[in-house]
Design a protein around this ligand. Structure first.
Ligand code: ADP
Length: 637
C-alpha cells in the first residue's frame, strides 16, 4: 500500500528556502548524504556490540553509483536502516526544534540564505538543492519489512513497502532535468564525484567505493587482444583514505583541508577564523584540534546551546560535547581532543573530577588566549571580526568567578570610543590619554551618538578626553570587577564625582554652593521623593541640568538587574546636578528669592527633562506636559 503524507508546515518553508536557495555550494549534498551513511553504520556497529540479535561484522561499506543516462546518483550503506516509524519521523520533519523560533528571529534581518542553511546542517534535505526527486530504500534489522520513501520536495512524500533483503539504506537522487534550470550534469562524472569525496569525506572511517567504468581490451578465441576493441565493465574502487585527520601529520594537513574538516564535522558553512592544532607529549599525551568559528551559531546564547569538545581515546569516540574541556567564556570553540591516557569507559561523573582532563583544559585555554593575542597583534582586522561575534564572551570571562581571569583577558578587550572610529584596546586608550587625564572614562548608552549628545560630556569634550562607549549589558558589571587598568581607575561619566576640576575651580564651586544653599535645599525638598540630592555640577559647561547616580549602583545596572528574574528591584541613587553658570539657574535663584510658588513647577520640569536626557521614562507625562504648557503660556504672554 502506498501512503501519501504532507511535510509539516515549518518543514515546507525550510525546504522551499533550500530548494530555491541561491547557495553556491550545492555540491555539499554529497557530503551530507555520505555523513548520514557513515552515522548509520556507526549506529549499527555500536548497537551490535550489545545486542545479541544483531550479526557482528566488519564488512561496512558506503557505495556510490551513478547513471549518466537516467541521471541519478545512488548512495548505499549497510548501516542501521530505518523502520517505518523512523522513516516517518526522520524524513518527515526537516525542522529541528527551535527552527521556527530562529526563522522568526531573523525575519527582516540581513542574514544570507547560506547562513540559514549552514546553521542547521539540514543534511538529508540538501539533496533537493540539485534533485527533482529523491528515493530512499531502507531496511532496519528491527523490521521485517523494507520501505521506499519518495519525494519531489516541497509538498509531500510517499511511503510504500518494498522487497529488500539486506539491511541498510539506499538514497537515490534524480538530478533535475528541467531545461530551464541548471542541470547539475557535472555531478554525473566519475572524476567530479571522486574529487568531492576527497575534498569532504576523505577521513570517513568506512570505505567509500565508487563504481567506475573500466575498459579492458577484448580478447579473441586464443586469448589475444583484439586491437581497437574494448569491453566496458564496472569496477568498484575505494576512493577515501579513511585516515582520521588527527592521525595525519600536522604538517601534511593544509589550512583548506582543516577548514573543510571543520565545516563538515561541525555543521558550519563559513570557514573558521582560527585553527589551533597542538600535539603534546610527555606525562600527559594528547592531541587537540580546536577551531574558532567565523560566525556565532544562532543559539550560542540560548540555554539549549551545549559547549564542549569531542573526546576520543584509543581511537574510539567517547563523547560529542565534553564540557569539562571548555571554560564558559570560550563556549563558542569547536573541535576535538584525542588522548590515549584516558580510560575507555570514563563516565560523565568521573570526567568532572578527572585531573588529566582539567590539565588538558587549562593548557588549551592558554593556547587559545595566546592565539587571540597573536591575532590581535598581527591581524587586527580578523580580530575585530572575531570580537564582533564573540567579544561579549570575553567580557563575561572577566566578570565571572569574581575576576579570577581578568588579568588573562583584559588586554583582549576592545571598545568603541567617542573620539575614534576604530575599536581600541585599553592599552591604546591609556596611551592616547592627554596630559592631566588620570581616569578611564566610560558612558553607557545605546550608541556612540547618544553618549556624544549627553550633557555629562560637556567638560570632557572641552578637555579632549576620550570616553569608552558601553553598549553591552555586561560592560558596567565587568568594569566593576576590573576596577582599574594600569593604575587608572574607571569612571562613569554619569556617576559620582568625575574629578575634572583643579583646586581653584573646586573652591569656586564650593563657594557657589554655599551661596546657593537655600535654593538647592528648596529644590531638594520639592523633589525629595525622587532624588537623593540636588547639587551644583562640576561637569556641565553648556547644558542646564543632568542626572547622575551615586557611587553604588548605576542607572544601567539598575536597568539590567530589573530584567533579571528573581532579583529584588535595587535602585540607583539619583542626583540632580545643576549648572551654576547657566542662565536658567540664575533665573531660578531670583524666583526663589521672590518666594514664588512657581518654583515647584520649575523644579519638576527640570527634573523630568534630566530624566529624558538620560533616556529614562517620566513617571507622570501628563503632569509634565501641563506644567510645561503653563510655563510656555506665561512666557509668551
Ligand atoms: P541529521 O543527520 O543532521 O540528524 P538529516 O536530515 O541528515 O539530519 O537526517 C535526519 C535523520 O534521518 C538522521 O538523524 C537519521 O536518523 C536518519 N537518516 C538519514 N540518513 C540515514 C541513513 N543513510 N541511514 C539511516 N538513517 C538515516
Amino acid at each position: 500500500m502506498k501512503e501519501s503524507r504532507e511535510f509539516k508546515t515549518e518543514s515546507k518553508r525550510l525546504l522551499h528556502l533550500m530548494i530555491n536557495s541561491i547557495y553556491t555550494n550545492k555540491e555539499i549534498f554529497l557530503r551530507e548524504l555520505i555523513s548520514n551513511a557513515s552515522d548509520a553504520i556507526d549506529k549499527y556497529h555500536f548497537t551490535s556490540l550489545t545486542d545479541e540479535s544483531l550479526e557482528k561484522t566488519n564488512d561496512y561499506e558506503i557505495t556510490l553509483e551513478f547513471d549518466k543516462k537516467k541521471r541519478w546518483i545512488k548512495i548505499t550503506d549497510n548501516g542501521i536502516g530505518m523502520t517505518y516509524n523512523e522513516l516517518l519521523d526522520n524524513l518527515g520533519t526537516i525542522a529541528k526544534s527551535g527552527t521556527l523560533e530562529f526563522l522568526q528571529n531573523i525575519k527582516g534581518k540581513d542574514v544570507g540564505e547560506a547562513d540559514l542553511i549552514g546553521q542547521f546542517g539540514v543534511g538529508f534535505y540538501s539533496a533537493f538543492m540539485v534533485a527533482s526527486k529523491v528515493e530512499v530504500r531502507t531496511k532496519s534489522p528491527y523490521s521485517e519489512a523494507a520501505y521506499l520513501w519518495t519525494s519531489a520536495g516541497e509538498e509531500s512524500f510517499t511511503i510504500e513497502e518494498i522487497k529488500k533483503a539486506e539491511r541498510g539504506t539506499e538514497v537515490k537522487i534524480f538530478l533535475r532535468d528541467n531545461e530551464e534550470e541548471e542541470k547539475y550534469d557535472e555531478y554525473l562524472d566519475e572524476y567530479k564525484i571522486e574529487s568531492l569525496v576527497k575534498k569532504y569525506s576523505d577521513y570517513v572511517k568506512y570505505p567509500i567505493t565508487l563504481e567506475k567504468e573500466v575498459q579492458t581490451p577484448k580478447l579473441d578465441k586464443e586469448g589475444k587482444e583484439i586491437e581497437g576493441k574494448y569491453t566496458t565493465s564496472l569496477q568498484k574502487e575505494t576512493i577515501n583514505s579513511q585516515i582520521p585527520i588527527w592521525n595525519k601529520n600536522k604538517s601534511e594537513v593544509s589550512e583548506t583541508e582543516l577548514n573543510e574538516f571543520y565545516k563538515s564535522q561541525y555543521f558550519d558553512y563559513t570557514d573558521p577564523i582560527a585553527r589551533i592544532w597542538t600535539d603534546v607529549e610527555g606525562a600527559l599525551t594528547y592531541k587537540a584540534i580546536v577551531f574558532i568559528p567565523g560566525k556565532a551559531p544562532y543559539n550560542l546564547y540560548s540555554e539549549k546551546y551545549e559547549k564542549g569538545l569531542q573526546l576520543y581515546t584509543k581511537g574510539v569516540f567517547i563523547m560529542d560535547k565534553c564540557k569539562e574541556l571548555v571554560p564558559d567564556y570560550l563556549r563558542f570553540i569547536k573541535g576535538l581532543v584525542v588522548s590515549s591516557d584516558l580510560s575507555l569507559n570514563i563516565s560523565r561523573e568521573i570526567l568532572q573530577h578527572n585531573r588529566q582532563l582539567q590539565k588538558i583544559s587549562q593548557n588549551l585555554e592558554k593556547k587559545i588566549v595566546n592565539e587571540l593575542e597573536k591575532m590581535l597583534k598581527n591581524d587586527k582586522e580578523s580580530y575585530i571580526k572575531f570580537y564582533k561575534e564573540f567579544g561579549v564572551n570575553l567580557k563575561y570571562g572577566v566578570y565571572d568567578g569574581f575576576g579570577e581571569k581578568k588579568d588573562l583577558l583584559k588586554d583582549l578587550l576592545l571598545f568603541k570610543t567617542v573620539n575614534n572610529e576604530e575599536y581600541m584596546t585599553l592599552k591604546e586608550y591609556v596611551e592616547a590619554m592627554p596630559e592631566g587625564q588620570n581616569a578611564i572614562y566610560y558612558g553607557s548608552a545605546s550608541s556612540k551618538e547618544a553618549i556624544q549628545g549627553m550633557p555629562q560630556m560637556d567638560l570632557l569634550k572641552k578637555k579632549g578626553y576620550d570616553v569608552l562607549v558601553f553598549t553591552d549589558e555586561i560592560d558596567e558589571f565587568m568594569v566593576n570587577i576590573l576596577r582599574e587598568y594600569e593604575k587608572h581607575s574607571f569612571k562613569s561619566i554619569n556617576q559620582g564625582d568625575l574629578d575634572l576640576l583643579d583646586d581653584s575651580e573646586k573652591e569656586h564651586i564650593k563657594e557657589q554652593s554655599i551661596e546657593s544653599k537655600d535654593v538647592l535645599e528648596a529644590l531638594q525638598s520639592i523633589l525629595a521623593s525622587e532624588v537623593k540630592e540636588v547639587k551644583l555640577s562640576t561637569r556641565l559647561t553648556d547644558s542646564p541640568v543632568c542626572l547622575v547616580s551615586g557611587d553604588g549602583l548605576s542607572f544601567e545596572m539598575e536597568k539590567v538587574m530589573s530584567q533579571m528574574p528573581g532579583e529584588k528591584s535595587a535602585k540607583a541613587d539619583k542626583i540632580l546636578e545643576i549648572n551654576p553658570n547657566h542662565e536658567l539657574f540664575k533665573a531660578i535663584k531670583s524666583l526663589h528669592q521672590t518666594n514664588s510658588s512657581e518654583l515647584e513647577d520649575y523644579a519638576w520640569v527640570l527634573y523630568n527633562q534630566a530624566l529624558l536626557i538620560e533616556g529614562m521614562s517620566i513617571k507622570d507625562p501628563v503632569d509634565f506636559s501641563n506644567k510645561m504648557i503653563k510655563l510656555l503660556v506665561k512666557s509668551l504672554r
